[in-house]
Design a protein around this ligand. Structure first.
Ligand SMILES: C[S@@+](CC[C@H](N)C(=O)[O-])C[C@H]1O[C@@H](n2cnc3c(N)ncnc32)[C@H](O)[C@@H]1O
Length: 315
């Protein structure tokens, strides 16, 4: 598996989580996006005292991860769920707080490379895009049922697509004669309706629409928004939350949620700290960090990563 999957920013992620792990005799880390367990495998290998609670919504990923982590059984519990259900998962596991939470957002290489799952515009496949294959909503269903204004909103908000109204209208028009059910049909439709100059710039013109549909199918942003406050509350003192985002909409949500909890509650310039006004959280570094050039060269997926990290400093 290592040839097909290089975990993004593995060393930096582990480095950021390490103080929360080594300061405890029996630390617990939640890997909220277990995927193929690239990060979890290394954490379990390097820290023999560590237990990991692994969460993923994708049954196929869960099966591969479980196999890969077999040698650590006893130190791993795996849940097929979305990471915003953290409270119930920790209740089931039997702990109130954890020492670290790790989120490596977005799609996995497994999902992207499984042609039949319809995540990739470069391969022809049914427009599925579900991370959890038991879910009802697919990209195909969105194209068949959403109104023109709903489609426009999705493409504009989640894809930053300036030709959203044109694409949405063409999707609705196609419903009568030739409904769009496959990835290449959608790519062709997009190429047909956007102006020629736009077709020649900025990579594949279908990229933004595919991103938007994937976000909508999997409620990616609303889950992240709901999950972050819960994740912060579930950190023990000294606990750390590390998030890897791959597009600006995700990163903006992380930035905003972190800013909310590190902002001083005292008036600006207030000279002393007052009891009851101490912040519960502190950023591990300002802003976001990128992958090194060296990592990007060996793993192009690292190109778009933005890392943010925060720790709990008080109850
Ligand atoms: C980028 S991959 C993680 C890769 C993993 N860190 C590794 O090294 O193998 C993201 C994973 O998160 C899962 N995922 C995305 N959103 C999720 C959510 N809201 N809840 C649970 N899992 C989610 C996807 O199914 C995918 O397997």
């Amino acid at each position: 598996m290592s040839e097909i999957h290089l975990p993004v920013s593995l060393e930096r992620s582990i480095e950021l989580l390490t103080p929360a792990i080594t300061s405890k005799s029996h630390p617990i880390i939640v890997d909220g996006t277990l995927g193929l367990a690239g990060h979890s495998y290394e954490l379990l290998r390097r820290f023999p005292q560590l237990t990991i609670i692994g969460i993923d919504r994708d049954q196929q990923a869960i099966e591969i991860a479980k196999k890969r982590l077999e040698q650590f059984s006893g130190r791993v519990r795996v849940y097929q769920d979305t990471y915003d259900n953290l409270t119930q998962i920790l209740d089931d596991f039997g702990t109130e707080y954890v020492d670290g939470i790790f989120l490596d957002l977005g799609v996995s290489s497994l999902q992207l490379d499984s042609i039949e799952r319809g995540f990739s515009y470069s391969q022809d496949a049914p427009l599925d895009m579900r991370m959890n294959q038991n879910q009802d909503l697919t990209a195909m269903k969105i194209l068949a049922t959403y109104s023109q204004s709903e489609l426009t909103r999705v493409l504009r908000e989640y894809g930053d697509e300036k030709f959203a109204p044109k694409i949405a209208r063409a999707i609705i028009e196609a419903r009568g004669s030739d409904p769009i059910i496959k990835t290449h049909a959608l790519v062709e439709l997009i190429k047909r309706v956007i102006p020629a100059p736009a077709r020649r710039t900025g990579g594949n013109p279908a990229k933004r629409t595919f991103q938007a549909l994937r976000i909508e199918v999997n409620s990616e942003l609303s889950i992240l928004e709901r999950a972050l406050p819960v994740a912060l509350e579930k950190l023990a003192i000294g606990g750390r939350l590390v998030v890897l985002s791959f597009q600006s909409l995700e990163d903006k949500i992380v930035k905003r949620e972190f800013a909310k909890v590190v902002e001083s509650k005292l008036p600006k310039g207030f000279p002393i700290d007052l009891p009851g006004y101490q912040n519960k959280f502190a950023l591990l570094f300002n802003g976001s960090q990128k992958a090194s050039e060296e990592e990007i060269t060996s793993n192009p997926r690292a190109q778009s990563v933005r890392i943010r990290a925060i720790k709990r400093v008080a109850a």
